[in-house]
Every structure is written in structure tokens, then in C-alpha cells.
Design a binder for this molecule. Structure first.
Ligand SMILES: Nc1ncnc2c1ncn2[C@@H]1O[C@H](COP(=O)(O)OP(=O)(O)OP(=O)(O)O)[C@@H](O)[C@H]1O
Ligand SMILES: [Mg+2]
Length: 196
């Protein structure tokens, strides 16, 4: 299964989510490949990949899951990843401009599906700070509008930044941190759906 982490906006949690889902899938005994389509190379444990190589690695049957971390742009890399995606995860930061950008992303995904692309998509709310009322409101709005397409939310948690500094996914570096609990819940929810 090819899972693509996709959002043209920067800093929304694509790479963090990719690394953490990868670690959690491995923890459950699955074989996982992590591919970094961002030339800045910031996916922890990821193999940097040129867009030309996406189709080739996607055919590799050594792995149960291949995870692709897209750069913050709609260039050739993101386009190549969409072509091989079974599932697109859209990390969305819970703030006004990010929520606004979501409809642009969904337009692109719907258009691709209209052209025969086979993926499903899920929305992953990230960096929720429950003390910020408007963020809590955005989360509720997302769930109201997109229902079951919205995965369990990832909290804003400094443990993610600390884990980054140690070049580890937070679920490995601080398994009991709130963000780790959240990533576990999101991953479990996703696997429940995949296995149905
Ligand atoms: N849940 C979280 N709580 C706090 N900080 C977070 C969280 N998730 C990610 N971050 C931090 O936010 C920054 C951006 O995260 P990340 O690199 O995952 O986003 P990205 O979408 O991949 O960014 P880019 O588009 O630049 O590749 C990083 O410094 C990361 O440590
Ligand atoms: Mg990134």
C-alpha cells in the first residue's frame, strides 16, 4: 500500500506524520519503506527520491507499506506521488489559512480522481493547541464538514520538536508524550479502516 503525505503548504506536519506513521507501522510488525520527495531531505530515516523514481519504487513488493513525504509544493514530486497513491493523507494545521488551503488541495485530488486515479484520502488535523479557542473551532468545523474522512487529531506538543532534534520520530523518542498517543490513535484508526 502506498501512502502519500500531501499538502502544498509548508510546516504543517507532513514529514513528522510520515516518520511517525512509518515507525508505528513497523512497531506493528509491518515492512515499511520511507521515501523523501523533498530535496531538502528532512524526513527522518527517509530515502531521498527523485520524482522519476517514484513509479519504480512503488512497484517494489518487498514492503507492505511505502510512505512518501511530499515537499511543500505542487511540483513534479507531489504529482508523481499522487499517481501511485492508494491513500493520500493531508496534514492540516488548525489555523485559518491552512483550513482555507484545504479546499484547493481537495479540488486537485477530486480532479485527479476524476481522471481515474485510484486513491482515497484522509485529513489529519495537526498541531492542535486546545487553549486556542479558534483552533478547537476549526477542528470541530473540519469534523462537521468532512466527518469520517478526518483522522484523530495530533496535538501541538514540544516533544515533537525535541524528538526532531534527536532525529527520531516522537513515538520512539517519547512514547508517552501526548503527540505520541495521538499518532497511535490516528494510526490505529487508519488501520481499522484499511483492514475493513
Ligand atoms: N504535533 C506537533 N507539535 C509541535 N511541533 C510540531 C508538531 N508536528 C510538527 N512539528 C514541528 O513543526 C515543524 C514542521 O513540521 P514538519 O517538518 O513535519 O512539517 P512539513 O509539512 O513536513 O514541513 P515542510 O513543508 O517544510 O516539509 C517542525 O519543526 C516540527 O518539529
Ligand atoms: Mg517536510
Amino acid at each position: 500500500m502506498n501512502i502519500v503525505f500531501y499538502n502544498q503548504k509548508g510546516g504543517v506536519g507532513k514529514s513528522s506524520s510520515c516518520a511517525n506513521f512509518g515507525a508505528l507501522l513497523r512497531e506493528r510488525g509491518h515492512t515499511v519503506a520511507l521515501y523523501d520527495l523533498d530535496p531538502q531531505e528532512n524526513l527522518i530515516g527517509g530515502i531521498v527520491l527523485n520524482h522519476k523514481d517514484v513509479k519504480r519504487v512503488a512497484r517494489d513488493t518487498h514492503f507492505e507499506y511505502s510512505l512518501f513525504d511530499c515537499p511543500p509544493s505542487l511540483g513534479q514530486e507531489s504529482a508523481a506521488a499522487l499517481q501511485v497513491a492508494d491513500l493520500v493523507i493531508i496534514p492540516v494545521q488548525l489555523e485559518y489559512y491552512a483550513a482555507k488551503g484545504l479546499s484547493a488541495i481537495l479540488d486537485i485530488l477530486h480532479e485527479a480522481q476524476g481522471r481515474g486515479y485510484q486513491f482515497e484520502y484522509r485529513i489529519l488535523p495537526t498541531m492542535l493547541d486546545r487553549r486556542i479557542k479558534i483552533s478547537v473551532q476549526f477542528e470541530a468545523d473540519l469534523r462537521g464538514r468532512f466527518g469520517a474522512l478526518v483522522l484523530p487529531t495530533i496535538s501541538r506538543n514540544s516533544a515533537v520538536v525535541v524528538a526532531d532534534a534527536h532525529q527520531l520520530p516522537v513515538v520512539e523518542h517519547a512514547p508517552r508524550a501526548q503527540a505520541s498517543k495521538d499518532y497511535r490513535a490516528a494510526c490505529a484508526c487508519l488501520l481499522d479502516e484499511v483492514n475493513q
